[in-house]
Design a protein around this ligand. Sequence first.
Ligand code: SAM
Length: 272
Amino acid sequence: MEEWAPPGVDPTKPSIARVYDYFLGGKNNYEVDRKIAEEALRIAPDAREAGRANRTFLRRAVQHMAAEAGIRQFLDLGSGLPTQGNVHEIAQAVSPDARVVYVDHDPTVQAHGRALLAGNDRATFVPGDVRRPAEILDDPEVRARLDFGRPLGLLLVSVLHHVNDDEDPSGVMATFRSVLAPGSHLAIVHFHNPGDEHPEASRIAVEAERSFNQSLGTGRWRTRAEIISYFGDLELIEPGLVPLADWRSEPGDLIRQDLTRYNVLAGVGRKR
Ligand code: SAM
């Protein structure tokens, strides 16, 4: 049966955003996406838990930035399809005047993002590609909404591993960091290959990387040293760069991301 798609969206081509939507229990995905997600679940049966842990991290990181660091403006790169607990909802619950700019290159995300944000004059969606940072930073709408002279919450949550090695992830991050005023915070979640330290997780990383590259054309499970380097001279706040589910986890947390615990790292850096 043919499935409905918004204008500009090809339902026969897989989308990272929609594969992830499927993991989170969303309905904005097609057969082609579900096949990839099911293959990922075969390789890493707790991949759904990783998705939930990712959203929990995002909530804690934004809450920290808004409530404790007093940040009032956020740039969410690779924002994904709207789901529960979007950045503007978390930040505006702390401070109603918080401004959020969402950026994603996926047309499905663009269609749903604009619909969700209609009527919210402090949150907007701007189409853009993380691999072309200067275009995002020079975008007139980004410039109009964000003041790079003041602290910014910059979020690259589960997106940087979709920038391939030949697309210069280090250069991309250096450009984004170059606009951060003192007091800005940078949150990164990234696929991780722990190597000999955790052989089973390393095996999952290699298999998942092969599968993602065959189906989606992206997906890099990088080393800890590579991931740390994306923070540049920012100071990692406690607890540092750690397994996703461990970042400021709380006693009531029900996330059971055991199998892939060492396959995703998360951290928040602060510009001095
Ligand atoms: N950040 C959200 C979260 O953590 O819940 C969504 C993560 S989702 C796994 C990755 C998102 O990054 C997708 O929406 C995808 O379209 C987006 N993405 C991947 N490569 C991108 C690029 N080069 N530029 C902009 N967005 C990109």
